[in-house]
Design a binder for this molecule. Sequence first.
Ligand SMILES: [Zn+2]
Length: 271
Amino acid sequence: MARSAFSIRSSGTFFRVRVTILLLVLSGVLLWGWRDVRRRRGRTSWDRPLAIAIVLVRQTPLEASAVLTFQDRVAALDGRLTDERRRYESGALRPFVLTFVGPVDDAVPPPSPAGETLIDAARQTWSSWRWSSRVDSLAALDASAFDSRIYVCARVPLDAAREMVEGESEEGGRIGTVEVELDASMVDFALFVAAHELFHTLGATDKYDASGHTLVPAGLAEPDRVPPWPQRFAEIMAENRPIGANLEVPPESLDELAVGPATAREIGWTR
Ligand SMILES: [Zn+2]
């Protein structure tokens, strides 16, 4: 009898301790989540330059010139984005400090998107967190020091005539990835796509249709230009430069990158 009373008291205490620990863990997770959402939203107030890591991940050995050019052109992208910010507000703070990280050698490709359900999304977040954590530790990168990280996963071009670039990122998240067949001639386009993914992490949406054609006028860098064609720039979220009503070409260099008014509004550069 005494023993059983003891065991009831003991399991009651155990239950209370367990519930208390679970509540503490839950409130910790909620507090972390709330602070992270607030910090992520705070990224588009533009009262400080955002710290962005551009991480070059070598999936295969690359030409040394491709790596050097890539590192060099990160500064050109930084300058181009600052110019675009000041086109909307002269004298505005520099919007980003882009930091080149790497190159890191890792053949494991970033996880590809699984599906549309909530469970798929959770799985995707988990595998992308595991993948980026491994690359971060290989690169000795402190993820907490950056507002967004864009990983450019590069391999040598298989076929000189056909080079590919693909990007993927969480809208409003912190991580974007770009997969690219990289030689020195592809560096500017790879960085263009990296900037596109960076803008996704800040809440910007795609400005092209299902067949890849630029949306008009949202995907135009200068929608008020008269006559409209040819456009002088490729809009960052459209990725092509329209040169006629049904004709567009990929940008030739970062000098052609521009942020159109629709994208500027989405990321809080204008109201
Ligand atoms: Zn996109």
